[in-house]
Design a protein around this ligand. Structure first.
Ligand code: PEP
Ligand code: MG
Length: 876
């Protein structure tokens, strides 16, 4: 017969799966000899059995009774004894803490007879009746779903008529009568007088509360599995509401907000734990307890020191003092802010309580990312106007503009507001403090580009009706014209009208080299942990960067080279005209002329990039996007031509462009003429880029530099595509003097490339996984469309816990990665393998890439410190 009940002296903290977090830690404190009221835990197994069948498993109540008798014997007090009753607290406690989501019932065992015994033992009649009314209320609400307001309403009425000392014993006794009537009216029978029946019903109610709506919602949010069930902790009651020498409180072994050492917490005299939560009276700082009850305070500090040494981490506790005697009701490793996580981990390592490796496991890349962004001061922020997807973190305040021209012309900070962005909006995005769109999700153009630039971005705010022509957007009835001040939070996705105050980030200033590590405790902690991560990690970290400025920034942030330079970003702005010439070229001579005009510009770009990354690898990807992206959109051109014709004017060049756009139109451009395919059908295009890079490298060499260029071919699916480009590149390189050796490798971003990696490695010096396209093509999900369309439904239904564009899908895409690494290295053992999709900056994905044996990850410059930390964590 399975064992369903464990006395606190039987369990320990390693059994949290079975006993829940609270039960396991109560057992651990009991084993440590700390003052925990006697009790026992009904296991999560029992809960799961109950939830599966709707009935408690056979023998459960007998087992509970047997354990109850042990508790009774230890205390020499019996449940239901009318002279001096034992009372019980029944509390939920799952594997993972779900604060306030499930149920607690206190004072089990009170009835019309025992209430007198309680009054007699304590000498407090008012207290006894107050406890009884608390029981009926909690029991009625939890077991039978009676709305709390029904009871609260009556309680408020009694309080209103009571004297300054609160309701009298008589008033409370009458209130119990009223409560019993409310109970009977709702439930159809009287409040149960049998204490054991109360106990069993309470245990069942706690089991059932696992499936309450709020608990389900919380689990979905926190990604806690739905099938774990909760344990139930049954504990002898101790009372914090027995007068001025009693009370209850919560405490932390360090400050959970900042990590500063010292005991922190709140205390409430003459109260039970639920009063603290309900906020009926104001708590006092824990330091007050030192004055009120120095003996208990001292003992509490000793216990907390014991707990912190034992758990080797920040602990929080709930405690009660009953007439000067301290009782521990709960402990756990406490939740903390990202700042406190860093400070505490570094301090504990310094104190020798944990190793430096362990300290790394106590912080996450996501926490570091949060710390590095300026944040809105959460106090006093007004109601948001709307909420979108937090796509690129940060806090931006600026005046609304609707296009790049206005952004560039503005004198102060602006927020670029667009339905969605295209490469055309790049200048506006660069000029703006933040970007706000009404369409698209975390992998939309706006999101990817903004993250790359470290620009705050909120996208997919679909409550916004944006009218670019009129220069305004609407949210409901509210009209927001250009020029109005708004604030956007790239972490939470919130959008406010007006200016919300922003706090600068000392961590960002340190990472940028503007603050010394010792300047404050948080910065010192970040420095210490990052330094250790760098020392232990095996995974290299490069950056995705296209400009010398980004490259320099990436280098300052610790990047060891560029893993992806997207050359298309060098074809925008005033060069667009040259690209148009290239696209519109009718004959080889015109094509040649267009390429010749682009060559020196590309060369100058590469010189800058190689100089900024002198001595480090710079992986230059040959042109990737469909060429029509460099032409004006079809709708805009059509309108322009139509307007010209309506005015009787000659549309001129616009007509030619329109014809080209129509000719080049593709239904699925992401699966169309792009990547290596472009190189194979537009003669001379890739050759021009290769030449520009080689000449730039030669120039850097002549100038005494140490250029390390690499050439990368995008979207390869077949080894022959790569071989053709490689042959062409080698021909170009062979004609040039003075350039260094330039390795030629490929992106692996189509399933076919991964599946034929062994063959492809025969022609490639390196692989770099383009996990954006690889995710798109493996799942057949359009990366530009999904987030605003069916992803929310998929996330809500649990088909994914997180978007596969954000965290790599290890089972599918990850399997292709592993296969390609294995077959690629089998064919070419010296093959270097990296990743340059967005996943290269995602901590969970980085752990996977480290395990898959990659040599490096490449991510946007601002993510570099996060990637360094995540790579360090992956190594310990
Ligand atoms: C990728 O596909 O993962 C990649 C890095 O290339 P891009 O995002 O430019 O398509
Ligand atoms: Mg790609």
């Amino acid at each position: 017969m399975p064992k369903y009940v464990y006395d606190f002296i039987e369990g320990d903290r390693s059994r949290a799966d079975l006993l829940g977090g609270k039960g396991a830690n109560l057992a651990e404190m009991t084993r440590l000899g700390l003052p925990v009221p006697p009790g026992f835990t009904v296991t999560t197994d029992a809960c799961r059995a109950y939830l599966a069948t709707g009935a408690p498993p056979a023998g459960l109540y007998e087992e509970v009774n047997a354990h109850l008798r042990e508790v009774e014997a230890r205390l020499d007090r019996w449940l239901g004894d009318p002279r001096d009753p034992l009372l019980l607290a029944v509390r939920s406690g799952g594997r993972y803490s779900m604060p306030g989501m499930m149920e607690t019932i206190l004072d089990i065992g009170l009835n019309d007879a025992t209430v007198a015994g309680l009054a007699a033992r304590t000498g407090e009649e008012r207290f006894a009746w107050d406890s009884y009314r608390r029981l009926i209320q909690m029991f009625g609400r939890t077991v039978h779903g009676i709305p709390a307001e029904e009871f609260e309403h009556e309680l408020a009425a009694v309080r209103a008529t009571a004297g300054p000392g609160g309701p009298s014993a008589e008033q409370l006794r009458d209130l119990v009568d009223t409560y019993k009537k409310i109970f009977a009216r709702h439930v159809g029978h009287d409040f149960p007088q049998a204490p054991h029946e109360q106990l069993f019903l309470a245990v069942r109610a706690v089991f059932s509360s696992w499936h309450s709506e709020r608990a389900r919602v919380y689990r979905r949010q926190e990604r806690i599995p739905d099938d774990l069930g909760t344990a139930v902790n049954v504990m002898a009651m101790v009372f914090g509401n027995l007068g001025p020498d009693s009370g209850t409180g919560v405490a932390f072994t360090r400050d959970p907000a900042t990590g500063a050492p010292g005991v922190y917490g709140d205390y409430l005299t003459d109260a039970q734990g639920e009063d603290v939560v309900a906020g009926i009276r104001n708590t006092v700082p824990l330091t007050e307890l030192a004055r009120l009850d120095p003996v208990s305070f001292h003992r509490l500090r000793e216990i907390m020191a014991t707990l912190e040494r034992h758990y080797r981490d920040l602990c929080d506790v709930e405690f009660t003092i009953e007439r000067g005697r301290l009782w521990m009701l709960q402990t756990r490793v406490g939740k903390r802010t990202p700042a406190a996580a860093f400070v505490i981990a570094a301090q504990l390592a310094e104190e020798g309580l944990i190793t430096a490796d362990e300290a790394l496991t106590r912080v996450t890349g996501a926490q570091l990312a949060q710390l590095a962004f300026p944040a809105f001061d959460p106090t006093g922020a007004p109601e948001p106007l709307a909420v979108g997807v937090g796509a690129s973190p940060g806090a931006a305040v600026g005046r609304v503009v609707f296009d790049s021209a206005a952004a560039a012309a503005a004198t102060g900070p602006v927020i670029l507001v667009r339905p969605e962005t295209t490469p055309d909006d790049l200048p506006g995005m660069i000029a703006a403090a933040g970007v706000l769109t009404s369409r698209g999700g975390k992998t939309s153009h706006a999101a990817v580009v903004a993250r790359g630039m470290g620009r705050t971005c909120v996208c997919g705010a679909d409550a916004l009706r944006i009218d670019v022509e009129r220069g305004e957007f609407r949210v409901g009835d509210r009209v927001v014209p250009a020029g109005e001040l708004i604030s956007i939070d790239g972490t939470s996705g919130r959008i406010w009208l007006g200016e919300v105050p922003v706090q600068p980030s000392p961590v960002a200033r340190y990472l940028a080299g503007e603050l010394r590590p010792e300047s404050d405790p948080l910065v010192a902690a970040v420095h210490r942990l990052l330094t250790h991560a760098d020392a232990v990690r095996t995974l290299g970290v490069r950056a995705n960067a296209d400009t010398p400025e980004d490259a320099r920034r990436a280098r300052r942030l610790g990047a060891a080279g560029i893993g992806l330079c997207r050359t298309e970003h060098m074809f925008l702005g005033e060069r667009r005209e040259l690209v148009e010439r290239l696209i519109l070229a009718d004959d080889p001579a015109e094509l040649r002329a267009a390429l010749d005009a682009l060559l020196p510009l590309q060369r100058a770009d590469f010189v800058g990039l190689l100089a900024a990354m002198d001595g480090l690898p710079v992986t230059v990807r040959l042109l990737d996007p469909p060429l029509h992206e460099f032409l004006p959109p079809l709708a805009e051109l059509t309108a322009r031509v139509a307007r010209a014709q309506a005015r009787g004017e000659d549309p001129g060049r616009d007509a030619t462009l329109l014809a080209a756009v129509r000719r080049m139109h593709e239904t699925n451009p992401m699966l169309g003429l792009r990547g290596v395919r472009l190189g194979l059908v537009v003669p001379g295009l890739f050759a021009m880029q290769v030449r520009a890079l080689a000449e730039a490298a030669a120039q850097r060499l002549r100038a005494g530099g140490d250029p390390r260029p690499e050439i990368m071919v995008p979207l390869v699916g077949d080894v022959r595509e790569l071989a053709a480009v490689r042959d062409e590149a080698r021909r170009v390189l062979a004609e040039l003097d003075g350039a260094p050796e330039i390795p030629i490798g490929t992106m692996v971003e189509t399933p076919r490339a991964a599946l034929t990696a062994g063959e492809i490695a025969g022609e490639a010096s390196f692989f770099s996984f383009g996990t954006n396209d690889l995710t798109q093509t493996t799942w057949a999900f359009s990366r530009d469309d999904v987030e605003g369309s069916f992803f929310p439904a998929y996330l809500a239904r649990g088909i994914f816990g997180v978007s596969p564009f954000e965290s790599v899908d290890t089972a599918g895409v990850g399997r292709l990665v592993r296969l390609a690494v294995a077959e690629g290295r089998a064919a070419r053992p010296e093959l270097t393998v990296g990743v340059c999709g967005e996943h290269g900056g995602d901590p969970d994905s980085i752990a996977f890439f480290a395990a898959a044996g990659l040599d490096y990850v490449s991510c946007s410059p601002y993510r570099v410190p996060v990637a360094r930390l995540a790579a360090g964590r992956a190594a310990v």
